[in-house]
Design a protein around this ligand. Sequence first.
Ligand code: NAP
Length: 562
Amino acid sequence: MPHVITQSCCNDGSCVFACPVNCIHPSPDEPGYATSEMLYIDPVACVDCGACVSACPVGAIVPDSKLDLKQLPFVEINASFYPERPAGVKLPPTSKLAAVLPAAAVSAQHEPLTVAIVGSGPAAMYAADELLVQQNVRVNIFEKLPTPYGLVRAGVAPDHQHTKQVTRLFDRVTADRRFGFFLNVEIGNHLSHAELLQHHHAVLYAVGAPNDRRLNIEGMGLPGTGTATELVAWINGHPEYSSLPVDLSHERVVIVGNGNVALDVARVLTADPDELARTDIADHALKAFEKSAVREVVIAARRGPAHSAFTLPELIGLTATAEVVLDAEDHRLVQQDLATVSDALTRNKLEILHALGDSSSPASGPRIRLAYQLTPRRILGEAHATGVEFDVSGTDEVRRIDAGLVLTSIGYRGKAIRDLPFDESAAVVPNEEGRVIDPETGRPVVGAYVAGWIKRGPTGFIGTNKSDSLQTIRALVADFNEGRLTAPVAKPAALRKLVAQRQPAVVDSAGWRAIDAAEIARGGEDGRPRVKFTDVADMLAVAATAPQPPTRGRRLLARLRR
Ligand code: NAP
């Protein structure tokens, strides 16, 4: 029985390197890897050893005999990535093993390489992992919240618990004795870039793209308007969004843009609250959803069905869990696209859209309507949003859709980092393979690096950051080995002292473990994976109860006593 990769594939490629017969593609060294929506197992070449299952950090790989109903479409999706062959015929072997990208080997002749990483999301954690596979390295992570893991904690939808399993991998990284957490510490506020460089050879920024792209049309900003990413942060209990006003008293919500974030939000807005109650959704969001009047979420895209921004795995997941419909004219657009589009992936999406029900049929519960060719003109309403007015592409028609909540979901946007150059148009830090480049001189800024969305823009999946971070770490380590980095002037203990002076409420690894354990315990009472703290003061109170590792003096005393 071959194995099958399913919806929660994170694209980090760990399975590729674990596979003894090289039957998972595209591998990170192959063209198409960076833009692939998921990875695929060749069912003919798979020897069913299960090595990929253990390697996958998000539990996305399942033997085909154990797939549940919702996962069955992935059998065909995995197989269709490979050319059709007569039964049992294998592809010509390229190699027994996928080409592993060479590790970033830290030269042994130097003092330990010390790296500060700013941010603690997937790009940061993959970078730390890549560094700590070497002997001669120390890594400190600085994060402005008291809790780590960035969008895995605050961005992944609560009904995608599989995806959140990647934190187990991150927990292993943080358990390394050469790793230090400085949580609740904001770089640019408590400490500067220059101060970090006094204590480290290099500073790597993996701060993501914290802002939303904004839609500048009349009426945005009215009560009842907002962005999908803010709503996701609210749903996930991000402390800066826990008091976001979210009006669910109207029966329709409109989301502008149809990427995976829009799908996540629509799915959660129409989900059964009893299902959500089994997840780690923030309590305030769960309470609001229990009272929600929302009966329909319209996801409005400005282009046609063939240009849908959501990915095929997410569309399959959506249609398996929610009632999704199209208007008759959108069904016609799907048919038109099916007649002209030849690309297999897009055709797969179109076939699924084609099979969806019609919006004229009665709804059995809250449902999602995918709508196309609608460019937003203005938000309707005076004191509160009452709907959206759209131009219908290719016609003179103006269409109005009533709604009490209008969310834009048109992508994230990177934010300038103090003391580093910034490319305003691309909203990234200018860089070459992760080395920050000064646009004035065209030369690298010594000791400054980037990884993740602030390096390449807000695209890809959690695991896309693994090869992205590896590229940056290889550049950083090469610079260290070549003596291009400046050695830190201060001893490690001086860093702890400085941070404690600037931010006495710093949370270390023990503090985070205490918060983590307390949240899991709170969840256990109700059979939930965790109940999150959404208030920084509560997090800090729990972190303060963490047992502190003994100081050097106390360790010495204990040894003498023994
Ligand atoms: P996205 O995939 O880039 O989608 C943005 C959407 O906004 C597109 O439909 C785009 O339409 C539309 N848009 C952009 N500007 C617009 C404008 N001025 N007016 C109207 N529509 C506009 O962004 P996202 O959904 O925020 O996702 C970001 C990344 O995170 C993606 O790589 C996504 O796959 C990933 N992600 C993955 C998951 C998952 O795997 N479960 C979940 C969440 C996010 P056009 O195409 O016409 O420009």
